[in-house]
Design a protein around this ligand. Structure first.
Ligand code: SF4
Length: 413
């Protein structure tokens, strides 16, 4: 096992990769939604137990974390991390079943909330998705070997063939070239995370069976039909707003331009910088093109607005570069509610649209106009039926009521 904080390319250099030998592997890039970002909380989470060696990689958030944690602690479980994912390993280890499939099914039957899981139990590779299917998980094949991945772009990049998505509620057991599939739980309404299409997933992935790039373009086209802008050019906030901006430009016939160039040499940092440094990073990440912007009326496309502070900096930068008017269009409705299923939104208090109306947000960010895509428009642009999605961060209608609505550091208190 090798784990560290940092970018994948920094953590796994060639020397490290050469030391990782074996016939089966689990990898994970952690985006922390429960517990702090520290080395203890990196995944895969690996333990030796009475049922054997377990390695777990988990995408999503459980909603009954606190009750399961207490129950297991009362039974003597010793926790090493503050991640909900560790609970799954303890449940497997506490199972009284003899058969390994029954052991996994029993453990997963205790979970509530969102999970797409890849786990190794001795020489078996297991993939599982919660019954509502919040997060994606797909199956591929390369040179006779099966591969599980969150996003299909991972398969493309290594030349693997996409086979299919793991179905909501499905568990698959892979041993060498044999696959066993089961769906042991009662079917429920699906709740695919619509935010995967808006922002989270990579545009070159197919999520829930459909392409993300195409979905984002449709969101942009719908936005143009609902809230046209009188502008000389349409520009994105790169990279995430690019695809909706293309759709907006096509539908409105306003030329698409890159009014800002992204600095690709700025990576993420795991060391929390000071506010000054954070502001500086926001500023140097995107450099405005004065030659494109000077004297122009600009329609700028954002995929979403969370706190509003970044949009405010962007608008100021565009004005300094000479933009005459700035009309911001957002390719989703206002984000008003936190997510309990694996997207790390801040608390309701910090979400600007939960406290203020659109006019207030427009003035705060300093745009001449601001419009958000309607809920109906967003759902209409999706490649799947509207009933299949979770939209809780926009509507407050949570598909599963979290038993304890609290912060991501729930297990650190
Ligand atoms: S609340 Fe929003 S971000 Fe969270 S799963 Fe639902 S749609 Fe996705």
């Amino acid at each position: 096992m090798h784990k560290a904080l940092g970018l994948v390319s920094d953590v796994f250099d060639e020397k490290i990769i050469r030391t990782l030998r074996g016939e089966m592997a689990v990898g994970h890039v952690r985006y922390s939604t429960t517990g702090s970002s520290n080395i203890k909380n990196t995944q895969p989470f690996y333990v030796k137990s009475k049922v054997g060696d377990i390695a777990i990689a988990h995408n999503g958030n459980l909603t009954n974390t606190l009750s399961l944690h207490r129950e297991l602690e009362n039974k003597g479980a010793l926790f090493q991390t503050s991640m909900d994912s560790e609970i799954i390993a303890h449940l497997i280890a506490h199972s009284q079943n003899r058969d390994f499939q029954d052991t996994v099914i029993w453990a997963l039957s205790k979970l509530e909330g969102a999970y797409s899981l890849v786990l190794m139990l001795n020489d078996i590779l297991i993939g599982a998705r919660d019954t509502q299917g919040f997060r994606p998980l797909c199956l591929g094949k390369l040179d006779g070997a099966y591969i599980l991945a969150s996003e299909t772009c991972a398969l493309d990049l290594i030349g693997a063939q996409y086979i299919r998505d793991i179905e909501p509620g499905e568990i698959i057991f892979i041993k060498k070239d044999k696959i066993d599939s089961t769906r042991p739980f009662a079917e429920t309404r699906h709740a695919f995370c619509i935010f995967e299409y808006i922002y989270f997933a990579r545009p070159d992935s197919n999520i829930f069976g459909h392409n993300v790039y195409m979905a984002r373009k449709k969101l942009g086209a719908q936005l143009a039909s609902e809230f046209p802008a009188e502008a000389d050019l349409v520009m994105p906030i790169p990279d995430s707003g690019t695809y909706a901006a293309l759709g907006f430009s096509e539908a409105s016939r306003i030329p698409f331009e890159y009014g800002m160039i992204r600095n690709h040499y700025i990576g993420r940092t795991f060391i929390q910088p000071s506010q000054d440094l954070r502001d500086f990073r926001v500023k140097i990440k995107l450099n405005p093109l004065k030659e494109v912007l000077n004297g122009k009326k600009v329609a700028i496309i954002e995929d979403s607005i969370v706190r509003g502070t970044t949009s405010r900096v962007r608008v100021k930068t565009l004005r300094l570069a000479g933009a005459r008017e700035i009309h911001m269009r957002v390719s989703c409705p206002p984000l008003k509610f936190p997510c309990f299923y694996g997207i790390d939104f801040p608390t309701k208090k910090e979400l600007i649209a939960s406290k203020h109306d659109i006019a207030w947000v427009r003035d705060f960010i300093g745009a001449d106009s601001l419009e958000y895509l309607s809920l109906e428009g967003m759902l209409k642009s999706m490649p799947l039926a509207k009933e299949s999605f979770c939209t809780a961060c926009f509507t407050g209608n949570y598909p599963i009521t979290p038993t304890c609505r609290t912060c991501k550091k729930i297990l650190e208190r």
